[in-house]
Design a protein around this ligand. Structure first.
Ligand code: MN
Length: 479
């Protein structure tokens, strides 16, 4: 029988006027939500999400139940925002951890939307097990900025996914084997923004009682600046009923297995069973590394696939067949290439809008390239246009794309937002790897939200902050 012990702490910080974070400690369910939106909207969003999550999960006990509860929470926040003009545009992050049952065995289920985080301290090593849904995280994964640059990036508050902004949301899911001695940390971004992973790990190793560790982490975040609300929940696995030891041999060798699951997979049992192979383990310390691993795996798989035909005796007929097949493949590739590179889209990479050649997110290995940098900052675009831009607004020709940017600029000016003059400057051919991918190996295609580029836009009419979907105006870099 798995036994958990928890402790928590939350604080407004030293800069903000109110605490828009909400935490939930209701064993076997734990959650942290970080709300955003003008005035009181952020608080309403996080509180609504957590209450709805708790109500929907109630006495349910499977990983699917947790994901369903998160989807309910999303709908609750969204409906509330629709019903009240003052709350329009509000959203929240949500991370949750729950003790669940899979085929009669205990598991820890994790869900994530946004940039709150869950870490695990496993055998003294700290590992972030969720991947942030933020613009800077995407830029890090694209290799455009480093993790260090991400910490001070002007758009580090911009989320690519948030709860309550659309009627449906793509939810990252993980299933983890509970292992006695493991310690989980759920936190809002106010903690990692001020306190390094090493410092977090040190506190988690040093202080045995979860409540004590939680209080200390909040105190350190305050001491390092406290620029944002800080919320921490620490959950210890104090007993796993020897389940980890008794698990299958593969699991016993590596009890730290994390099983990424896609959303909308109805049968949890089957999903678990089919994904426990050794190739599915991700123990590295960050989402970026996990993704790099997966890319390497895919590359290796392609190499293997190419090598295979040479494994048998080669006859003339086989050679002919292979040549024919290659010709066909070549023709198909050309066709796909023409399609993949045959259009333009307007998107966001740095602070300004950028016109890309290609398809948003790329197609196969045809990555979009920058066709034209514009001088229109994303902060001078109506918030309602941001979701379109983050998923890539497609246009048939470069001229259409340029016109679209001009229209955005004019529209913003009409609304009293814009200040700059015209578009377009340099033309380069920098390769931009695909954007807007999802995490946790979760297939995103099923989600109506599409490429997962939802933005928590500020309520219409809000003063344009330096960042588009910021939970706060750009704050000074953490010391
Ligand atoms: Mn925050």
């Amino acid at each position: 029988m798995t036994e958990l012990r928890s402790g928590s702490s939350t604080d407004t910080g030293k800069v903000r006027a109110n605490n828009q974070d909400t935490l939930l400690v209701a064993a076997p369910l734990f959650a942290v939500a970080d709300g955003m939106g003008g005035h009181a909207a952020g608080e309403v969003a996080s509180l609504t999400a957590v209450e709805a999550l708790k109500a929907a999960f109630a006495d349910k006990r499977t990983p699917g139940d947790l994901a369903d509860a998160a989807a309910d929470a999303n709908r609750s926040v969204w409906e509330r925002a629709q019903a009240d003009p003052k709350l329009r545009g509000m959203g929240t992050t949500l991370v949750a951890l729950a003790l669940v049952q899979v085929a009669g065995e205990d598991r820890l289920a994790v869900i994530n939307v946004g940039d709150s985080r869950i870490y695990r301290l496993h055998r003294g090593e700290l590992e972030q097990i969720t991947t942030d849904h933020s613009l800077v995280q995407e830029l890090v994964e694209l290799g455009q900025i480093t993790e260090v640059e991400a910490e001070t990036h002007p758009q580090r508050h911009v989320l690519t996914r948030a709860l309550g902004v659309d009627p449906e949301v793509d939810i990252d899911r993980l299933e983890i084997l509970p292992v006695k001695g493991d310690r989980y940390l759920l936190c809002s971004d106010g903690l990692p923004r001020e306190v390094s992973d090493n410092q977090i790990a040190s506190v988690l190793r040093r202080l045995a009682r979860p409540a004590e560790a939680a209080r200390q982490l909040v105190a350190e975040a305050r001491a390092h600046g406290g620029n944002d609300n800080i919320t921490v929940v620490v959950v210890d696995v104090v007993d796993d009923g020897d389940q980890a030891a008794a698990a299958s041999e593969a699991l016993a060798e590596d009890p730290g297995v994390v099983i990424p699951l896609g959303i909308g997979e109805g049968d949890d049992e089957e999903a678990t069973g089919s994904r426990q192979g050794p190739g599915r383990r991700h123990r590295s310390s960050s989402g970026a590394e996990r993704r790099a691993e997966r890319r390497a795996e895919r590359r290796a798989a392609r190499r293997t696939a190419r090598a295979e035909p040479t494994g048998r005796p080669v006859t003339l007929r086989v050679v002919g067949f292979v040549l024919g097949l290659m010709a066909l493949l070549g023709a198909a590739l050309v066709a796909i290439g023409v399609y993949a590179r045959g259009s333009y889209f307007v998107g966001v990479t740095g602070e300004n809008l950028t016109i890309f050649k290609g398809r948003p997110g790329g197609l196969l290995w045809f990555d979009p390239t920058v066709a034209q940098h514009t001088t229109l900052p994303v902060t001078e675009v109506l918030p309602s246009r941001i979701p379109d831009l983050q998923s890539g607004k497609e246009e048939a020709t470069l001229a259409d794309a340029v016109q679209y940017v001009r229209n955005l600029e004019q529209e913003a000016l009409d609304h009293g937002i814009g200040t700059t003059t015209t578009t377009s400057t340099s033309t380069t051919t920098t390769t931009i790897p695909p954007s807007t991918t999802s995490t946790g190996a979760a297939p995103t295609t099923a989600a109506p939200a599409g490429a997962g580029a939802t933005t928590a836009a500020p309520p219409a009419g809000a003063t344009p902050a330096p960042t588009t979907a910021a939970t706060t105006p750009t704050s000074p870099p953490a010391p």
